[in-house]
Write a protein that binds this ligand. Structure first.
Ligand code: CAO
Length: 563
């Protein structure tokens, strides 16, 4: 077993390529054909495979390095000490045919590959467009674009169609993306014009000369025929353009269609992994150089999706909604990153799940709490004696418990799978508590059976526990309904998010003195804004209006609570 250099093979015309991923470590044993490095030219991403089974002894390049044909990228101990030097162009050369979009033949196995590439450059008969007879020579004409030479490769699968019928394309715009087991390549348009019929679909396998698309070539598009004839020419004619920096998706693309590969920056192995795991790469955030998607990114994405599903959450960017891609904020100014707390992550997931799953409507009303406030204030001395502060919240709890009893359609959960309503014979109410660590929702049980002082005491204790992070999971479970009060802070109304599987939530804003017409004159009254969000699948609008009206009645004259 002797140590041999691993050299960059023939790059199929590309002068210099960038190392974008190192796929092995020193000491790794590799099988023949296992990818060692991924390199990228401005047109293609290709993995350089191990020429034989053996052990990597050194990798002498790093991500970001620029390499050329013949450069040593590492050393290698071939098993059984093969005769041919590893990295010998004759062996490896054909395996990476970088730099030629139109040639996905990365696997040609001999020095002939170089010759083939050169031939492709100069062979006009490799034309990939077949003019149809036109009655109007010199004007727009129809062409059938054909697959260019694939360096001896055959039956290369189409993994993405980058255009739609009716799209206008420029020369060199990617028409389809094909992928061999080592390289992902875009087949560029040889013409400027309009896409007619697309003659292939994803999954089809293509070989040189197969018909790709029909095009109406723009007037004066003849010059483009050159680039059609020779992919290298096309490449030379086109300004350097990394695949991921290509044009945005054609407007006519249906929304459900995944983003074209032109926007996805990933190597063949990563694409293969994504396909195996069912990950849509357009939704995966690449953490590699230039936003390139790495295997770890796909794995992290899948893990995240699974966790969300296991937690019963909606998949990020769920319901077919594309996730939000972050720009590089450093271009706008200084930033710093900070980990989200577990509570913050859990709240964010819950909010998204509820927002995406529940069709929300919010019903607004004002309750006249002038008398209630007088009564509450009159309890101040007693509160001091008892060591409990009587805030408006216990009144809300009591009024909501009564409204839930009167309008039991609010005290349900939906089981849509079984097409059943689950009616609850208990009244437990959650209270949203703002804590330095984030939002927590402890639950007060059997609110209907408790007095105001008891509720005041329990609410204060649970809020204190929440702020001290001492709540037990059981103390946050079982609510039928939630109250979220921002009354101590301010605001006139808001639209709270239903805490599913509950079907309604009451938002309480800050009470304010308002002029209220009593039929003869305006009277100053203390009005409490109520915002009731509800799940419109469980509750209809009329019932929501009944609920807030009932609440207003109960809070307007708390003697009703006794009846
Ligand atoms: N209008 C006017 N004043 C109000 C009021 C209202 N609707 N609600 C409370 N107040 C007053 C109280 O009377 C108290 O005033 P005094 O100190 O003068 O008596 C003051 O505001 C503070 O009350 P509080 O907030 O301490 O007590 P509470 O019982 O009303 O609320 C709790 C308890 C736990 C609900 C509250 O502290 C809290 O955390 N609220 C925020 C909830 C939240 O973040 N919701 C958003 C969830 S969605 O993002």
């Amino acid at each position: 077993m002797s140590e041999q250099d691993i050299k960059v093979p023939d790059l199929g015309g590309a002068e210099e390529v960038e190392v974008i991923e190192i796929l092995v470590n020193e000491g790794d044993s590799v099988a023949e054909e296992d990818p060692i490095l991924t390199v990228e030219s401005d047109k293609a991403t290709v993995e350089l495979p191990a020429p034989a089974a053996g052990k990597i002894t050194a990798i002498t390049v790093k991500v970001g390095d620029k390499v050329r044909e013949g450069d040593v990228v590492g050393t290698f101990n071939a098993e059984g000490g093969g005769d041919a030097e590893v990295g010998d162009e004759a062996d490896v050369g054909g395996k990476a045919d970088v730099g030629d979009r139109a040639e996905s033949g990365d696997d040609a196995e001999s020095a002939d590959a170089t010759t083939d590439s050169a031939a492709a450059e100069s062979e006009p008969e490799a034309a990939k467009a077949e003019p149809k007879p036109s009655s109007n020579a010199g004007a727009a004409r129809e062409e059938t674009v054909k697959v260019p030479p694939l360096d001896g490769f055959e039956n290369v699968p189409v993994i993405e169609i980058n255009v739609s019928e009716g799209d206008s394309v420029e020369i060199d715009d990617p028409l389809v993306t094909v992928e061999s087991d080592k390289a992902t390549m875009e087949l560029p348009s040889p013409f400027a014009g309009k896409i007619g019929k697309i003659l292939v679909k994803e999954g089809d396998t293509l070989s040189e000369g197969d018909s790709l698309v029909e095009m109406i070539v723009s007037v004066g598009g003849e010059a483009e025929a050159e680039s059609a004839a020779a992919p290298k020419d096309a490449e030379a004619a086109a300004p350097a353009k990394a695949p991921e920096a290509a044009k945005p998706a054609p407007e006519s693309k249906p929304e459900a269609t995944p983003a074209p590969s032109a926007k996805v920056h990933a190597g063949p192995a990563v694409r293969k992994l994504a396909r195996e795991l069912g990950a849509d790469l357009a939704r995966v955030q690449g953490k590699g150089p230039k936003g390139r998607i790495l295997k770890e990114d796909v794995e992290a994405y899948i893990k995240h999706q699974l966790r969300q599903v296991q937690e019963g959450g909606a998949v990020s960017g769920g319901a077919g909604i594309p996730g939000i891609k972050l720009p590089d904020f450093s271009q706008f100014g200084e930033t710093e990153r900070e980990s989200m707390s577990r509570l913050h992550v859990a709240t964010a997931n819950n909010m998204q799940r509820n927002w995406l799953n529940v069709p929300h409507v919010t019903q607004f009303d004002d309750a006249d709490i002038t008398e209630l406030e007088d009564y509450r204030k009159s309890l101040k001395a007693e509160g001091e004696r008892r060591g409990v502060k009587m805030t408006p919240l216990p009144f809300m709890l009591k009024a909501c418990a009564r409204a839930l009893a009167d309008l039991p359609q609010f005290n349900v959960s939906l089981d849509l799978e079984k097409k059943e309503l689950i009616r609850k014979r208990y009244i437990h109410i959650g209270i949203a508590v703002d804590t330095p660590a984030g939002l927590m929702v402890p639950v007060i049980r059997d609110v209907d059976q408790k007095g105001l002082w008891e509720l005041a005491q329990e609410a204060a204790e649970l809020a204190a526990k929440a702020r001290d992070k001492k709540l037990k999971p059981a103390e946050m479970q079982g609510a039928c309904f939630t109250i979220t009060s921002l009354g101590g802070i301010g605001g006139t109304a808001f639209t709270p998010i239903v805490n599913a599987p509950e079907v309604a939530i009451l938002g309480v804003s800050k009470a304010a003195m308002q002029p209220v017409w009593d039929g003869a004159a305006f009277q100053p009254r203390l009005m409490l804004p109520l915002s009731l969000s509800y799940d419109h699948r469980a509750v209809n609008g009329a019932d929501a209006a009944r609920f807030t009206t009932r609440l207003s009645e109960l809070l307007g004259d708390i003697r009703h609570l006794l009846l």
